[in-house]
Design a binder for this molecule. Structure first.
Ligand code: 0PR
Length: 393
């Protein structure tokens, strides 16, 4: 740190100069997070001084958090449930697994080697969580439709199993697991069923209402115990805004730590000091847009996805799978090299090599038809130049 400070105008200029180098949204095709809604940004800034780790001071902000959680519980069909806003999908999944472990302990079923059944495409945040909590993943390969097969889940349940994780919108392929079939497979066992809807939670309810054929994934499915849903992804809220929701009114309380010396009530999230800005932004955006706002945004989002798919097909590309959500996965030899070339030209895409080489394009809320029309010729050029380069090598 300098001995003397520097003027605010200089600091602003320096920061602006660095941030100018961040890729503009109209060149971003790999990110599930998006340009946040301006009302959320405004409210997050207004609450930048708040800390939900101390609810004696920020009691009004805390009430807003409860309201935001209530809106999310209602969206997912369980107004009687419980939950908390957290920093994102990773923390939500961590808390879900902690609660699953505590539930197993309370039932006298926690063994010395607790296991969690997951699909081979489960989000990598679970790898972090399992490492931290000492849980053993039991990885079930996805079926031909890239879903976690319910019959295989049933085969892998045993006395060590404390939880099963289904995914409602895999971030890699945008596939929604058959949550009801998985719930039926798990129902005879005292096992926690968690649904990771970090990516799909703000798409599927509206897409279903618009007539898209997607499985039900929320608390309306009997046996779903908890759900991760992230306002900072398709919910249009600024980072960091995640949520962990539970079926039971008492469940969120199973992860509880006393913050005794500051005389604040028990903490139910992993973070202690945590941003009230995220909570007020979530509340503001959900209230402001309402169901009709999200329906209209989702309709546009699917139209843009269809436009991208049509454009890619017209240019001769083949999809790896038919998109269920707003993630388009294209078969693409030399995908990594093409992605690098695109990045050098300012376009950010991602790739997957799990099954075959593919380019993964995320139609987040900021992606427009104009952006798609600008992208496809650039992709073509990147592919042709890469093919020519590979042929010479
Ligand atoms: N579960 C699912 C299904 C997810 O898609 C993600 C993140 C998580 C959990 C973890 O959530 P947090 O990252 O909020 O802790 N999915 C995105 C992904 O892996 C994260 C992301 C977002 C990556 C924006 C890049 C980016 O630019 O694709």
């Amino acid at each position: 740190m300098r001995s003397d400070g520097i003027p605010a105008s200089v600091v602003r200029r320096r920061i602006a100069a660095e941030m100018d180098d961040d890729v503009p949204w109209n060149r971003v095709l790999n990110s599930i997070c998006t340009e946040p809604h301006p009302l959320g940004v405004e409210m997050a800034a207004a609450a930048a001084h708040t800390n939900l780790g101390d609810v004696r001071i920020f009691r009004g902000s805390k009430r807003i958090e409860r309201k935001a959680v209530q809106l999310l519980l209602s969206l997912l069909g369980n107004p009687e449930g419980s939950g908390n806003l957290v920093s994102g999908g990773t923390e939500a999944n961590l808390i879900a697994m902690l609660v699953a472990r505590e539930s197993a302990r309370a039932r006298g079923r926690l063994t010395d080697r607790p296991e969690v059944v997951v699909s081979s495409t489960v989000h990598f945040s679970f790898t972090k969580v399992f490492g931290l909590l000492g849980l053993t993943p039991v990885v079930v390969p996805v079926d031909a439709a890239l879903r976690l097969p319910a019959d295989e889940v049933a085969r892998h349940l045993n006395e060590h199993t404390i939880a099963v994780v289904a995914t409602a919108g895999s971030s890699e392929f945008g596939v929604v697991d058959a949550v009801d079939a998985i719930a039926r497979a798990v129902s005879a066992h005292e096992v926690h069923l968690h649904v990771d809807a970090a990516t799909g939670g703000f798409i599927i309810p509206f897409a279903r209402e618009l007539g898209h054929d997607l499985p039900q994934f929320d608390f309306s499915v009997d046996g779903v115990d908890s759900i991760t849903i992230d306002p900072h992804k398709y919910g249009l809220v600024s980072v960091p805004a995640g949520a962990i929701l539970f079926r039971g009114a008492e469940d969120a309380g199973k992860f509880a730590f006393d913050s005794f010396f500051i005389d604040t009530p028990t903490h139910h999230t992993f973070l202690g000091t945590r941003p009230g800005g995220a909570a007020v932004a979530t509340y503001a955006v959900l209230e402001h847009l309402g169901r009709s706002g999200f329906l209209s945004i989702t309709r546009t989002n699917y139209e843009v996805t269809a436009h991208l798919v049509a454009g890619l097909r017209a240019a001769g590309y083949t999809l790896f799978i038919e998109p269920e959500l707003n993630i388009v996965v294209v078969r693409m030899p030399n995908a990594s090299k093409i992605s690098e070339r695109l990045e050098s030209w300012g376009w950010i895409v991602s790739t997957s090599k799990r099954f075959v080489e593919t380019l993964r394009l995320v139609v987040a809320r900021h992606v427009t038809r104009e952006m798609v029309d600008a992208f496809i010729p650039v992709l073509d050029r990147a592919r042709k130049e890469t093919e020519a380069e590979v042929a010479v090598e």
